[in-house]
Design a protein around this ligand. Structure first.
Ligand code: FAD
Ligand code: NA7
Length: 571
C-alpha cells in the first residue's frame, strides 16, 4: 500500500458535478484531487459514446451557468448537443480554468472509511493510492452503473456484445447484423442512429415507450444573439422553475380546454419538440391525472400509427400503460421501422429464451442470427454506484447497510447521518430535473458547507453564517437570488479534538426529508409505472423513492431555509 496522501478534499467523479466541485474548492484554496475510473473527464459523456448519444436538454441549458463569458462565447450550432460535443465542452472547461493537473484518472474508489478520532476519511483505490481527506465529495453520477441483465447463454455468443455505456471507440457496424435490446432513451437514440447503416437491425422491445420528436435543428444566429443578451435571466428563470428545462411549465388542466384546443396544444408541442415539453408545457396534470395522461398517450399513439406503415408493427410500438417514465424524444425513431432492414421483436409475446453462439433464441423457437448484440438496458440508477463500493461511516456501518431496510435515503440528496463530512452530488432524493442546474445548486451548497467548516475550524469559532462571506458562486448568498445572508445562523457544527469541525445531517432531518419525498411522489403516475426513476428496472432491486419531486425552485427554497435557520437539519 502506498503512503497515504493527506488532502483537504477528495472529489470522486469527473463529470459535470466533480468538475464544478473542484473549481469551487480550489477557489477556496483547499488542497483537492478528483479521481475517476474513467481515463478522462466527462463522466456520462466519457462512457456513453454510442452512435446517436445526445442530451435531450436543449443546448442552452446543458452547460454551466457560472462562467458568463464562456456561456456567451462557446459555440453550439444546434438546439441539442451530441455526446462528443458535450465531452469537448467539459474538456474545454477544465482546460480554460487550468484544472487538469488536479485529476487522477483510471482510479476507482473501492473503499472509504470514516475515522472519528482523526476527523478524516481514509479512501482506498484500485491503484493502491490511499487518500486521507477531511471532506469526501461523491459525484458518482446517478446514471452511471450499467445494468447488464443476466440472460442465459450470454457468454456463449460468438459475436460482439456491447453495453451502450461502454461503447468502444471506432466500432464499425456497417454491413453487420445487429440486435439492440432495450428501447428507453438510449435504445431509441442508438436505433435511430444506426438503422440506415447496418445490414439488419433487430430491435428487442419488452415495453413500448412514448417518444416525441426532439425538434432538433440548426441554431439561428439571431436566436443565439438574443439568448446571449438574456442569458442571466434565462438561467435565473430555469433555476426558479420545476424542471429547469427552459420552458414555462403549464398550470392549465388538460380538460379545461375543448377537444379541438387540446389537440392543437399537443400538436404544437409535437412540432416544437422535446419530451419534457410535451409532458409539462402542454398541461399541468399529465403526470398524475389518469384521464389527462390518457389524452396525452392517445395523441402519441395516434402519431405512431400515422408514421409506421405496417399496422402490426405500429400496434407493437404503441404503449398501453401510463405515459409516466422519463419523457423521451427522438430524431425519427418510429420512422426507422419503415425500413426493410429493421425488424421489431415484441418480447412480451416472444420472450428471449437464451443467447446462443449465433444469436438470440426466442420462446417460439426462432433464432435471430446476429453479429453484434447491443445492450441498451440502462443503469442501476441513483444508489447503484454507492452500494457497489464499501463506504463506511461511523462505527464501521456501511451506506449499503444504512439503506438496506428503508431504501436509499439522505437529507436534501446530499448528506447522510453518521457519514460525516461526506457530501453527495445527485445522491438519493435529490430533485428530478434537467440536471446541470441541480448539480450547480448542490455543488455550491456543498462548497458553502465546507467553507463554513473550514472557517470555523481555523477561527475556532462558528462562522458568521453559512454563506455570509460573499462567496462568489454561492447560490444562497444573495449572488443569484439576493435573499439569504445567513446572519442569523446558529449552526451547531461539532468541533473535533484539534480544530477540525464535522458536518453531517441529523437522523431526524433525513427522516423528514425521506417522508417529504415519499409524500411528493405519492400521487404521481410515475410511481405506478416500472422504471429506473423508482428503482424498479433492475432484477432483485427493491423499488423505492429515489427523487424529490417538488421541483428545483422549491428545492432551492428548502436550501435557503436550511441556511436561514442555522443550518437546520445539520449537526
Ligand atoms: P456522471 O457524469 O455520471 O459522472 C460520474 C463519474 O463518476 C463517472 O465518470 C464515473 O466513472 C465516476 N465514478 C463512479 N463511481 C466511481 C468510483 N467508485 N470511483 C471513481 N470514479 C467513479 N441529464 C440531463 O439533465 N439531460 C439530458 O439530456 C441527459 N441525457 C443523458 C443521456 C445519457 C445517455 C445518459 C447516460 C445520461 C443523461 N443525463 C442527462 C444524465 C447525466 O448523467 C447528467 O446530466 C450529468 O452528466 C451527470 O453528471 P455527474 O457529474 O453527476 O455524473
Ligand atoms: P432505461 O430507460 O432504463 O431503458 C432500458 C431498456 O432496456 C428498457 O427498454 C427495458 O425494458 C430494457 N431492458 C432492461 N432489461 C431488459 C431485459 N432483461 N430484457 C429485455 N429488455 C430489457 O435506460 P436508458 O439507458 O435507455 O435510459 C436511462 C436514462 O439515461 C434515460 O432516462 C436518460 O435520462 C439517460 P423495460 O422497459 O424494463 O421493459
Amino acid at each position: 500500500m502506498k503512503a497515504p496522501q493527506s488532502l483537504d478534499a477528495l472529489v470522486v467523479g469527473a463529470g459535470f458535478g466533480g468538475i464544478y466541485q473542484l473549481k469551487l474548492l480550489l477557489d477556496q484554496r483547499l488542497s483537492v484531487k478528483v479521481i475517476d475510473i474513467a481515463g478522462d473527464v466527462g463522466g456520462t459523456w466519457y462512457w456513453n459514446q454510442y452512435p446517436g448519444a445526445m442530451s435531450d436538454t436543449e443546448s442552452f441549458l446543458y452547460r454551466y451557468s457560472w462562467d458568463h463569458e464562456d456561456l456567451r462565447n462557446y459555440p453550439w450550432n444546434r438546439h441539442y448537443l451530441q455526446g462528443p460535443e458535450i465531452l469537448a465542452y467539459l474538456r474545454h472547461v477544465v482546460k480554460r480554468h487550468e484544472m487538469r493537473k488536479h485529476f487522477q484518472f483510471n482510479t476507482e474508489l473501492t473503499k472509504a472509511v470514516w475515522d472519528d478520532s482523526e476527523g478524516r476519511w481514509t479512501v482506498e483505490t484500485s491503484t493502491g493510492d490511499v487518500f486521507k481527506p477531511k471532506y469526501l465529495v461523491t459525484a458518482l453520477g446517478l446514471l452511471s452503473k450499467q445494468n447488464l441483465p443476466n440472460i442465459p447463454g450470454l457468454n456463449s455468443f460468438k459475436g460482439d456484445i456491447h453495453h451502450t455505456a461502454r461503447w468502444p471507440k471506432g466500432l464499425d457496424l456497417r454491413g453487420k447484423r445487429v440486435g439492440v435490446i432495450g428501447n428507453g432513451s438510449t435504445g431509441v437514440q442508438v436505433i435511430t442512429a444506426i438503422a440506415k447503416d447496418v445490414k439488419e437491425l433487430v430491435c428487442f422491445q419488452r415495453t413500448p415507450q412514448y417518444s416525441v420528436p426532439s425538434g432538433d435543428r440548426e441554431v439561428d444566429p439571431a436566436y443565439r444573439e438574443d439568448l446571449n443578451e438574456k442569458y442571466a435571466e434565462v438561467w435565473a428563470k430555469a433555476k426558479e422553475s420545476l424542471f429547469a428545462f427552459g420552458f414555462e411549465e403549464s398550470s392549465r388542466p388538460t380538460f379545461s380546454v375543448s377537444d379541438e384546443e387540446r389537440e392543437k396544444i399537443f400538436e404544437e408541442a409535437w412540432q416544437k419538440g422535446g419530451g419534457f415539453r410535451f409532458m409539462f408545457w402542454t398541461f399541468c396534470d399529465i403526470s398524475y391525472d389518469e384521464a389527462a395522461n390518457k389524452a396525452a398517450a392517445d395523441f402519441i399513439r395516434r402519431k405512431i400509427s400515422e408514421i409506421v406503415k405496417d399496422p402490426e408493427t405500429a400496434r407493437k410500438l404503441q404503449p398501453t400503460d401510463y405515459h409516466a417514465r422519463r419523457p423521451l424524444c427522438d430524431s425519427g425513431y418510429y420512422q426507422q421501422f419503415n425500413r426493410p432492414n429493421v425488424d421489431l421483436v415484441d418480447l412480451k409475446a416472444t420472450p428471449i429464451v437464451e443467447i446462443t453462439p449465433n444469436g438470440i433464441e426466442l420462446s417460439d423457437g426462432h433464432i435471430c442470427e446476429l453479429d453484434v448484440i447491443v445492450f441498451a438496458t440502462g443503469f442501476d440508477a441513483v444508489d447503484g454506484n454507492y452500494t457497489r463500493v464499501a463506504i463506511q461511516g461511523r462505527n464501521g456501518r456501511s451506506l449499503k447497510e444504512h439503506w438496506a431496510d428503508v431504501g436509499p435515503t439522505s437529507y436534501l440528496g446530499i448528506s447522510v447521518p453518521d457519514f460525516p463530512n461526506m457530501f453527495m452530488v445527485l445522491g438519493p432524493n435529490g430533485p428530478f430535473t434537467n440536471l446541470p442546474p441541480t448539480i450547480e445548486t448542490q455543488v455550491e451548497f456543498i462548497a458553502d458547507l465546507i467553507e463554513t467548516a473550514e472557517e470555523s475550524s481555523t477561527k475556532g469559532e462558528l462562522a458568521d453564517g453559512l454563506v455570509s462571506n460573499g462567496h462568489p458562486n454561492g447560490q444562497l448568498n444573495g449572488h443569484s437570488n439576493g435573499h439569504v445572508n445567513g446572519h442569523n445562523s446558529t449552526q451547531t457544527i461539532e468541533k473535533k479534538s484539534g480544530s477540525q469541525r464535522v458536518i453531517e445531517a441529523t437522523p431526524e432531518a433525513e427522516q423528514e426529508w425521506t417522508e417529504l419525498c415519499d409524500k411528493l411522489s405519492a400521487n404521481s403516475l410515475f410511481r405506478k409505472t416500472d422504471s429506473w426513476i423508482f428503482g424498479s428496472n433492475v432484477e432483485g432491486k427493491k423499488p423505492s423513492v429515489l427523487f424529490y419531486f417538488g421541483g428545483l425552485a422549491n428545492y432551492r427554497k428548502a436550501l435557503r431555509d436550511v441556511v436561514q435557520n442555522g443550518l437546520k437539519g445539520f449537526r
